[in-house]
Ligand binder design. Structure first.
Ligand SMILES: [Zn+2]
Length: 364
């Protein structure tokens, strides 16, 4: 499973179901570009989904996993969508990869104009592309990278970038194999919502009501709190719409018990493997939140400063709301600047209860 997770190589995945392919063709879904190609028997031409050419009749359409397959079947590339050349998505990924490399290797942060120039686009366009591929702004990426570099240098083992370069991280494919480590997880995979993955889960009772615990092979990927089993399961399905959700087995129950233990006694150290899914920016924030000790609170503004994005308090609140791991990522310890509780994804009363519990056990 970890293979599929770290290897989102474009064009290598098996052909999606024909119905799905056809739906993407009808919708001219540009997001499906790279997933498959379609050919038209009557014209002898093949296209990528999203092509603006006139829609063919379903009966004349065939699907291919790669452009090479389509050509081997005797079709020639469409002149409009140029399916034999790198797709827009691939070109953007390459462009963003180059920008990341430039940011990492520059002593000072290159200007947006400089970065955009490499790809021949405007500053604004560049900003948008970068964000859509990495999930964070170039500035946040640079700040995150600088923080990593500093931490690693202090630990004397050289920088992450050096380590990656040492490991032969020079080719495009290597970058993508490493991307989940650098970017948190592949943005494409994140959007696909756990496709092809098996997620085990269980719903139980705790002192805060119903609790749902879900885990991948890597670790716990969701801890959700609520009043009703059905709404918790629905929330899990919304977060991982394409994963194969299965009920927990006895081995899983032990993990679930640990997670419940964490909720009941947040000040106790629990060895709980986590599989934290989010964009690079969200992961930065959640990592910062995990450093808040039990019994303490921090403001949204302080978290924003600690991740090198002062003024991003609103984005911090957004990341808290998107947190999939109640208590394990203790977003309940993040409060307003004036100390008031503000909101909580799982009901502000639960936030209050958690904070009271932590304060009490710290005092004891
Ligand atoms: Zn075309």
């Amino acid at each position: 499973m970890s293979d599929t997770r770290i290897n989102p190589t474009i064009g290598r995945s098996p052909l999606p179901a024909e119905d799905e392919c056809w739906t993407a063709v009808i919708k001219r879904d540009p997001g499906a570009a790279g997933e498959f190609f379609y050919s038209v028997l009557t014209t002898g031409v093949y296209c990528r989904p999203g092509c603006s050419a006139r829609l063919p009749l379903r009966e004349n359409v065939r699907f291919h996993a790669t452009s090479a397959d389509a050509e081997a079947a005797g079709f020639r590339p469409c002149r409009r969508c140029k399916p034999d050349e790198p797709s827009l998505t691939q070109r953007r990924s390459q462009f963003v990869e180059a920008a990341c490399r430039l940011i990492e290797t520059s002593e000072t942060m290159p200007s947006l104009t400089e970065l955009a120039c490499e790809g021949g686009v405007s500053r604004f366009h560049f900003h948008r592309i970068f964000k859509s591929v990495t999930g964070c702004t170039p500035k946040a990426y640079a700040a995150a990278h600088r923080a990593d570099r500093m931490r690693e240098t202090l630990r004397d083992s050289g920088t992450i970038t050096e380590a990656i370069y040492d490991a032969g991280f020079n080719s495009h494919s290597r970058f993508y194999a490493k991307a989940p480590e650098i970017l948190g997880m592949s943005p494409a995979r994140f959007r696909r919502g756990g496709e092809g993955e098996q997620i085990r889960f269980a719903v139980g009772d705790c002192s805060l009501g119903k609790i749902l615990i879900a885990a991948t092979e890597q670790g716990v990927c969701a801890i959700l709190l609520g009043d009703h089993q059905e709404s918790l399961v629905r929330d899990l399905k919304d977060r991982f719409p394409h994963a194969n959700l299965v009920g927990g087995d006895p081995e899983f129950e032990a993990l679930a018990a640990k997670a419940i233990g964490l909720v009941e006694a947040p000040t106790k150290a629990v060895d709980l493997p986590l599989d934290i899914r989010g964009t690079a920016f969200q992961q930065k924030i959640w990592n910062a939140i995990r450093k808040i000790p039990a019994g303490a609170t921090t403001s949204y503004g302080q978290i924003a400063n600690s991740v090198g994005s002062p003024g991003a308090a609103r984005a911090i609140a957004g990341a808290c709301a998107a947190n999939p791991l109640a208590v394990a990522v203790p977003c309940h310890r993040v409060v307003r600047g004036d100390g008031s509780l503000s909101g909580y994804r799982w009901d502000v009363e639960r936030k209050r209860a958690l904070l009271q519990r932590e304060a009490a056990s710290r005092g004891s």
